[in-house]
Design a protein around this ligand. Structure first.
Ligand code: 1HE
Length: 261
């Protein structure tokens, strides 16, 4: 195990980079230094791995913005600070490799925003999500108004921000904000399994999934269909696709299995 920084532990396991938020005494609350450590660890994972997992050391995934730092910031510093979160989380959402977040305990405020920038969310029974910005007198600033609103819908996000209520992992799964709910203590293990599986995909396809899909979702249907044809044709032309297609036709590749097989 080597550290990209003491705030984010970094481990490369095969082709999977495991990023552990490591400020458990403050419930992994994200300070300015912490945002930079996340950005550095993501950049390293993007260079060295084919997929990544983000999890929290201690009982909680992440308690969001470090409120002790935030309360003292001048206006323009706050704007630039929010933009640094955007840049760090963009490098996750629209980078080169897919990321899973493995969530236990609280994913609150900016912690939920971080999870929303990953491509797959695995949450343990007992994990919970909240947006207490209303109670704190602030607003989401880590990309939540875009990413969380698109993930679960602006009405549900508005409900969470207005009421400050906590949403369980199973309810969040019903809302589409979580893809897998697992037993307590199992999120990281499952997250690593999922990442290892994604790491076996063709790298161009992974790149296209994470970069083309959200952009196409922002386009008109006409533009989206046109863009899809372009990306699909480019993908097929990669040598990796040619080899993988040949492997299937010559019976060397795995078949698709039924879910219960
Ligand atoms: C913190 C933070 C924090 C904990 N900033 N220090 N986020 C919030 O409003 C969530 C605030 N946190 C909580 O509600 C709770 O801490 C938890 C539910 C996450 C965990 O509870 P618990 O009982 O395990 O821990 P604790 O005793 O509340 O906290 C332990 C320590 O962490 C304590 O410090 P200590 O010096 O007294 O030991 C807490 O003060 C500290 N701590 N959370 C700073 N967030 C880009 S915009 C995003 C906008 C937002 O993220 S708003 C949501 C902010």
């Amino acid at each position: 195990m080597s550290d990209a920084s003491d705030l984010v532990r970094y481990e490369l396991r095969g082709e999977v980079a495991i990023l552990g938020l490591n400020r458990p005494d403050k419930r992994n609350a994200i300070s300015d230094r912490f945002v930079e450590a996340i950005a550095e660890a993501v950049a390293r994972a993007t260079r060295e791995a084919e997929a990544g997992v983000i999890h929290g050391h201690g009982k909680h995934f992440c308690a969001g913005l470090d409120l002790s730092e935030h309360s003292q910031k001048p206006l323009f510093e706050a704007v630039l600070g929010s933009r640094r979160w955007h840049s760090a989380f963009d490098s996750i959402e629209r980078g080169r490799i897919p990321f899973v977040s493995a969530i236990s305990g609280a994913a609150v405020g900016g912690g939920f925003e971080l999870a929303a920038s990953t491509h797959i969310r695995v949450a343990e029974e007992g994990a919970f999500f909240a947006l207490p910005e209303g109670q704190r007198g602030i607003f989401v600033g880590g990309g939540g108004s875009v990413r969380i609103a698109r993930l679960i819908g602006p009405a549900r996000m508005g409900d969470m921000m207005l009421t400050g209520r906590s949403v369980s992992a199973t309810e969040m799964e019903r809302w589409g904000g979580v893809s897998y709910v697992v037993e307590p203590g199992k999120a990281l293990e499952r997250g690593i399994e999922i990442a290892a599986r994604m790491a076996q995909n063709a790298e161009f396809t992974n790149y296209a999934v994470i970069n083309a899909l959200p952009r196409i979702a922002d386009m008109s249907s006409e533009d989206g269909l046109f863009a899809e044809s372009m990306v699909a044709s480019l993908a097929t032309m990669t040598p990796e696709a040619q080899e993988r297609l040949r492997d299937f036709l010559e019976k060397r590749a795995e078949k698709v299995k039924a879910p219960d097989a």
